[in-house]
Each structure stands twice: as C-alpha cells, then as structure tokens.
Design a binder for this molecule. Structure first.
Ligand code: BJW
Length: 295
C-alpha cells in the first residue's frame, strides 16, 4: 500500500501518555532474546519438525512419544530461560495502567515469571506447564507441573536438542537422512505420563493445537475487554500475526479506534490488512526496544 508507518518514538510516547485502554498482542519474538527459538523464523523451532506435524491433536494420536519429546524439550528450554527486559517492561506497564491487557500467544511461562499481573495477561495458547488428561470431557483432570523431566523417559540423555543442527548433522552422518529424528531416543507409550485421576488416558501438554478452540475463559476475557469501549492502542510485538484467532484481535482493536504499533525484527511482517495511516513500526529486538518505548 502507499501508506508507510511512522517510526518516530516521540509521537508514540505522546500517544501512550494519553492512553488508558491498551492491548499488546505478544508472540515468539518477545522471547527470542531469552534464547527461545521462534516458530517460523530463521533457525526456527520447526525447521526439522514441521509445525503442522507436531502441534495438532492428530499428531499426538499418531505418535504421542514424538510429540511429548518435542514438548518435553520445550519445557526444559523454557525453564532454563530467563525473562528479558521486554517481559519486565510489559509487566511494569500493566502495574501502572489498569486498562492494559497483554494477549500472549507464548506458552513459555516467561511473562508470568516476570510478575506480569495475572489479571492483565491472557494466555491465548495455554501453557507448557499446564498438563491435562487428553479426555477433558469425561475425566477433565488438569494440573500445574514444573517437573523437568516430566517423567524419566522424557529426559534427553545426550542433552542434544532434537531440533538442532547438531541433531540434523548426526542424522545425516548416520546416513539415515530420511529420518531426521534419529537423534531422539526411542520412547514407549507406556513410559509416557498417564492421567493420575482416570488412570486410563495419557496426559498431554495444556497448549492449544491447530484446530482446537482457545480456552473459553480467555476468549470471554478478551470479549469483555473489547466490549469495554474505545481502545487507544494495540501493540503487536514479535509475532508474525498469521495465526487465527489471535491475529484477528488486531482488526477488532482497530475497529474500536486503536492505533497499531508493530515491534518486529522483520519489516516484512506487517499487520493483517497492511499498514494504515497513523500506525507505528519499530524495527529491531523487542528486548531492546520495549524498555525505551514504555519507560
Ligand atoms: C522478533 C524477534 C525479536 C523474531 N524481537 N521480533 C486458513 C485460514 C485461516 C485460518 C485457518 C486456516 N486453516 C486453519 C486455520 C485456523 C488455524 C490458523 O490460524 N492457521 C493459520 C496457520 C492459517 N487456527 C487454529 O487452528 C486455532 N484454532 C481455531 O481456529 O479454532 C477454531 C475452533 C473453534 C471452535 C471449536 C474448535 C475449533 C488454534 C491456533 C493454535 C496455534 N497454536 C500454536 C502452537 C501452540 C503450542 C506450541 O507452542 O507448540 O501457537 S501454532 C504457533 O503459532 C504457536 C504460536 O503461539 C503461534 C504464533 O506464532 P508467532 O508467535 O507469531 O511466532 P512466529 O515464529 O510465527 O513469528 C515470530 C515473529 O517474531 C516474526 O515476525 C519475527 O520476525 C519476530 N521476531 N525475533 C522482535 N528479537
């Protein structure tokens, strides 16, 4: 489009100062400088494992061991990562501004660990540390669990990241190039975590997979916020904004009057529908930019 975004920090500060109702849509780029890979970025998480092949209920039905190894690895990396200055800056904004809500697509637990007030943080895609029975209709068991490994079988004995270059090189070296999972130890279904309540079904990560609905309570909270009147600003931070329904909240906020401010390493990652008059774009690492933007 002919519209190009504003890149001037002073005008953003002026607008933020006048704002009382502000949203932030958060994505994997927020946690990138904490050392957690993004989904679709360079060297991304799913370079050797296709997103669609692991983050779906069908994948879990087909090969629960592979999917649990993937999530066991993600839990391990997240627990060993630290919140960065952007997580803390957003948590401080929430403390200062009661009308600020962060809508996070991240499941890594870093915003909660930066003491972001829980009432002002909606975890759209759940959490790696919620663990639940696959049968949420009859059984309904759910627990919060930070054990690492969750069960002994999910310990990675070699310490090799199954999605790493190292693992890929090992697979290539073993001439088993067709099977990039070579570096993964074989895990039997019986050694995976089972539900302690019904003793019948496997436990699964409490995240939202493709084709699944977002948590009802979270969607209700977002709805209630959107019904609360005019919105001054939505910040779109470190997300490709390609995954529905999270991405649709940007347009919803625009319709309620919000100006859009994108913070991203990649200038090609525009908001859905493109730039509009009055948008801001700040290019770079969220961990460096957010503290300056929100101070
Ligand atoms: C930096 C940075 C730095 C890097 N600083 N920036 C066709 C059309 C439209 C929709 C659909 C369709 N086909 C299917 C759908 C629906 C589907 C969907 O949207 N698919 C699209 C891919 C097309 N959506 C769903 O299925 C959703 N459910 C649903 O629709 O339900 C309907 C329903 C209703 C009622 C009953 C039943 C069903 C569910 C979506 C769930 C998404 N889940 C995942 C996995 C979560 C668990 C896990 O973590 O494994 O969520 S997918 C994955 O994508 C994850 C992320 O939260 C999400 C978003 O990714 P994100 O955060 O944007 O990451 P990246 O990597 O894409 O981007 C990183 C960005 O950061 C980049 O821009 C970088 O440049 C930037 N960056 N370093 C600043 N330092």
């Amino acid at each position: 489009s002919a519209v190009s975004p504003n890149t001037d920090l002073a005008s953003f500060h002026d607008h933020l100062k006048k704002s009382t109702r502000v949203l932030a849509l958060l994505g994997a780029g927020l946690s990138a400088s904490s050392g957690l890979p993004t989904f679709r970025g360079k060297g991304g998480l799913w370079r050797t494992h296709d997103a669609m092949s692991l983050a779906t209920p069908e994948a879990f039905d087909d090969d629960p061991a592979l999917v649990w190894q993937f999530y066991g690895h993600r839990r391990h990396m997240s627990l060993n990562a630290q919140p960065n200055p952007a997580h803390y800056a957003l948590a401080r904004l929430a403390e200062k501004m009661p009308g600020f809500q962060a809508l996070s697509q991240n499941v890594d637990g870093l915003s909660p660990r930066a003491n972001h007030p829980p009432g002002q943080l909606q975890l759209l895609h759940g959490s790696l540390f919620d663990v639940k029975c696959v049968d949420q209709t009859k059984c309904g068991y759910i627990e919060i669990n930070y054990e690492d490994p969750l069960v002994p079988a999910l310990a990675m004995p070699t310490g090799i990241d199954p999605t790493s270059d190292e693992a890929r090189d090992a697979a290539v070296k073993s001439h088993d190039i067709s099977d990039i999972n070579t570096a993964l130890p074989k895990v039997e279904t019986k050694d995976l975590p089972f539900c302690p309540k019904c003793s019948q079904h496997l436990l699964r990560p409490g995240v939202v997979w493709f084709g699944e609905a977002l948590p009802t309570k979270v969607l209700d909270n977002v709805d209630a916020y959107m019904r609360g009147g005019k919105i001054d600003l939505i910040m779109v931070i470190g997300t490709g904004a390609k995954v529905y329904p999270a991405s649709s909240f940007i347009g919803d906020a625009r319709e309620l009057g919000a100006k859009v401010c994108v913070v991203n390493m990649d200038a090609n990652d525009r908001p859905p529908g493109g730039w509009q008059e009055g948008d801001w774009f700040f290019e770079g690492d969220a961990a460096e930019l957010l503290p300056k933007m929100l101070e």
